[in-house]
Design a protein around this ligand. Structure first.
Ligand code: NAD
Length: 258
């Protein structure tokens, strides 16, 4: 049965591939992004987040079956925590009432294997305390001490923890809405292109994100998992961080989780 889905980050990479897959399956997809989308909104800002929800209501009549919060970036800049955590949480929480009246409602956030790498735990704590000013200031402090690389993993770790906490609450599980996160390894998208095109940087990336099964992923391969997680077939997977990483997690953590 055709579903109504909303995908953020729909103009590029994983979001674009996911929107295309869902459309090919016959679903109606509303894409959101900075530009080239049905809803053009800047999820780094409070206004943009309100605009997303307002326009989503108008375009859907107030009802959604699936949401994929994919918009993100990996800049050594506070904007990374604003979009990757606060933008994603605002997307999911803002659209939750639309999902609550949907059919077999499902939502997924895109985290990252970067949660397995060292990151700034103070940013994680500030984000989970819903303090965007403090989280942004801590991110700027990381940049100032030339540790801007610690921001991305922190933004994605906070998002993963938020998903696990929220998924089992009355507002999500209690309303019948499955909520998960995926944690991709290296995916061949515009976000990673400069890294992959540079042999030196590519070697560094591959040693920190080892992918023994099939190497780097294409966005279409990640889209297949997102499409399943947001389908009615997913009746009981919720609160999970699902690694789609060619084995990175198993290599880096080994027995560490069981
Ligand atoms: P991408 O750059 O191809 O797509 C990201 C999209 O997010 C872009 O279209 C961009 O315009 C949008 N976006 C960025 N800032 C925004 C803002 N302020 N408001 C609205 N939209 C904004 O990258 P991708 O690889 O497809 O990344 C998709 C998601 O997957 C991101 O959250 C990223 O962190 C995550 N991820 C990617 C990889 C990878 O290797 N590519 C790995 C793990 C996780």
């Amino acid at each position: 049965m055709p579903r109504t889905c909303l995908v953020t980050g729909a103009a590029s990479g994983i979001g674009k591939a996911t929107a295309a897959r869902l459309r090919a399956q016959g679903h109606s997809v509303i894409g959101a992004d900075l530009k080239d989308a049905d809803i053009c909104a800047d999820l780094a800002t409070a206004d943009g987040r309100v605009q997303l929800v307002t326009q989503a209501r108008e375009l859907t009549g107030g009802r959604l079956d699936a949401v994929i919060a994919g918009a993100g970036l990996a800049a050594f800049d506070p904007v990374t925590v604003k979009v990757n955590y606060f933008g994603a949480v605002a997307t999911l929480e803002g659209l939750r009432p639309l999902l609550a009246v949907g059919q077999d409602p499902r939502a997924v956030a895109i985290s990252s294997v970067a949660i397995l790498h060292p990151h700034d735990s103070a940013i994680v704590d500030a984000a989970l305390a819903d303090d965007e000013v403090a989280a942004s200031a801590l991110a700027q402090a990381a940049v100032d001490r030339e540790e801007g690389q610690l921001i991305y993993g922190a933004s994605k770790a906070a998002l993963a923890r938020w998903v696990r906490r929220a998924a089992v609450t009355e507002g999500w599980a209690g309303a019948g809405i499955a909520l998960n996160a995926i944690a991709p390894g290296t995916v061949l998208t515009p976000m990673t292109q400069a890294l992959i095109d540079n042999p030196g940087l590519r070697d560094i990336a591959d040693s920190s994100v080892p992918m023994p099964l099939n190497g780097h992923a294409r966005p279409e391969q990640v889209a297949a998992l997102l499409a399943w997680l947001t389908s009615p077939e997913n009746s009981h997977v919720t609160g999970q961080i699902i690694f789609i990483d060619g084995g990175t997690d198993a290599v880096l953590r080994g027995d560490g989780i069981c």
